[in-house]
Design a protein around this ligand. Structure first.
Ligand code: PXL
Length: 277
């Protein structure tokens, strides 16, 4: 059995079921030693709430990583999600250089936008900095909005396969290695992920559940990383993560009071079952 040590760098949104509050339980459920580096603490995620509190932890990051270096603590994988500033992105680039075991796997979810719009607090300068992180990673998991921003492509709500191929080709031309492009939908009842690896693109299509919940990108990326570190290939990991995320949304869709993240916890046994350890 492969037991990996993964570091995940993203914020803690105390309430809202996103970022570290989903990454830690999902990666742990996948059977990996999960080390966290919180980039900020917020009372809730920024989408769908007003008056949330933010405590930025940027200044703690180099102190924490310096301590780990002095202790000789190294990682099999580093997986980043929502990061708050260009400075944090640069600290992650340092981590890629200093905290990896041999063959460190660098996985970047450029969590910064969705539905054609940047999240609250992000700007063009942040996107430019994110480009440098994305193109130094081994695997990236953008949604279509993020992929458009990373390649300076116009965002479209409806599109065809040529448009998607063009975005992936642009990412690869710019230096992306393995690409998991999420939320690719060609009709109203299905959606899916495009996986680009070693010169080949494959599409994994699945049912589209009509509820736009926050944090599903984080559930997806965490489930993907957990499966991948357990030895699954990128396409199978992308498919397992997609099936799990669909089940999480299905488990939430009928609950009108649950207007933030998804109820991912009761579905963890399904995810663990798919990892067939
Ligand atoms: O799920 C992405 C995410 C993570 N963290 C914070 C967010 C968001 C999306 O809005 O606001 C703080």
């Amino acid at each position: 059995m492969s037991y990996k040590r993964v570091l995940t760098v993203q914020d803690i949104s105390c309430f809202g079921q996103c970022s570290l509050t989903v990454a830690l339980p999902i990666l742990s459920a996948a059977g990996h030693e999960t080390v966290i580096l919180p980039s900020a603490v917020l009372s809730t995620h920024t989408g769908g709430f007003t008056n949330f509190t933010v405590c930025d932890l940027t200044d703690e990051i180099p102190k924490i990583t310096a301590h780990w270096q002095s202790e000789g603590i190294k990682f099999d994988a580093i997986y980043t999600g929502y990061l708050g500033s260009a400075t944090q992105i640069n600290y992650v680039k340092d981590m890629f250089k200093t905290l990896g075991k041999e063959n460190l796997l660098k996985i970047v979810d450029p969590a910064m936008a969705d539905y054609g719009k940047l999240y609250y607090g992000f700007d063009k300068a942040f996107v430019e900095e994110m480009k440098t992180l994305v193109y130094s990673a081994d695997i990236i998991l953008p949604n279509i909005t993020e992929a458009c921003l990373l390649t300076d492509t116009d965002y479209k709500e409806t599109y065809d396969e040529d448009y998607i191929n063009g975005i992936i080709d642009a990412l690869v031309r710019n230096g992306a290695k393995t690409v998991i492009l999420t939320g690719v939908s060609f009709d109203s009842s299905t959606t899916g992920v495009y996986v680009y690896e070693n010169g080949t693109k494959r599409y994994y299509k699945h049912v589209k559940v009509s509820k736009n919940s926050h944090g599903t990108g984080d559930v997806y990326a965490s489930a993907f990383v957990g499966a991948l570190l357990g030895g699954k290939n990128p396409f199978d990991s992308a498919a397992i993560a997609a099936d799990y995320t669909v089940k999480c949304i299905e488990n939430t869709v009928d609950d009108d009071t649950h207007r933030y993240g998804v109820k991912f916890e009761p579905v963890l046994p399904y995810y663990i079952g798919r990892l067939d350890k």
